[in-house]
Write a protein that binds this ligand. Structure first.
Ligand code: DX5
Ligand code: ZN
Length: 225
């Protein structure tokens, strides 16, 4: 089943707890946390503190998307805070094997699996993943340029999604594909049909009046795709 990962980037931080409860009620099983450093992307958001605050209060899989330079310096802190998945951008990792191993090692150290993900910007080539694919549990394809919520989906990403799905299939790998950016009720069925396993949605969930109903509507579309 395809999972929905609402991104709290578009949530109302004044009442974050209520917003998280609302998406749980709406059937979401993952929570996507966008971490930005003002260097890799032109925006600054949250750190491990928020992961730590959410962790004991829900059973959602906490999915940390690091849009930061030097991710190795921060991976242990996010793991300690309770992340279940940590995804780094291939564009900033000079030693991708080391970074992915570091993420998995944190899981071993803490006695619970922490999955390692690689993210690619819309126009970063899939070739960056060639050797790394067997070392990643998840590949995140950005369908907007990272940095902000509420941008429009870049449709040129679809052939890349198809190619990645075939590549993972051909190698018989269990790697999950996540898509992030500009997804909503109108286009989510399209990407699910092309083989996405996890749908990230920020504004489509939190910018309406009722995040619970928005989650249900998205999940409904996803299951009928
Ligand atoms: C963008 C972030 C996304 C963003 C998605 O840099 O990685 O997770 O929150 O928001 P929407 O769904 O509004 O495009
Ligand atoms: Zn994200």
């Amino acid at each position: 089943m395809v999972a929905l990962a609402p991104s709290i980037l578009s949530a109302d931080f004044w009442c974050l707890g209520e917003q998280v409860s609302a998406i749980v009620k709406g059937g979401a099983t993952w929570l996507h946390l966008d971490v930005m450093d003002g260097h890799f992307v032109p925006n600054i958001t949250i750190g491990p503190l928020i992961v730590r605050a959410v962790r004991p209060r829900c059973r959602l899989k906490l999915d940390v998307h690091l849009m930061i330079e030097d991710p190795d310096d921060y991976i242990p802190a996010f793991a300690d805070a309770g992340a279940n998945h940590i995804t780094v951008h291939a564009e900033v990792c000079r030693h991708l094997h080391r970074t992915l191993s570091l993420i998995r090692e944190q899981g071993k150290k803490l006695g619970r699996p922490i999955t390692a993900g690689i993210a690619l910007n819309p126009f970063s080539p899939l070739g960056l993943l060639d050797d790394a694919l067997p070392f990643a549990d998840l590949v995140l394809l950005m369908s907007v340029n990272p940095g902000f919520g509420g941008q429009s989906f870049i449709p040129e990403i679809l052939p890349k999604l198809k190619k990645l799905r075939n590549c993972i299939g051909a190698q018989g790998l269990p790697t999950l594909i996540q898509m992030d950016g500009g997804l909503n009720e109108k286009n989510v069925d399209l990407v699910v049909r092309e083989g996405v396993d996890i749908v990230v949605a920020g504004s489509a969930v939190f910018k309406g009046s009722d995040p619970t109903m928005s989650c249900r509507a998205l999940l409904n579309k996803m299951s009928g795709a």
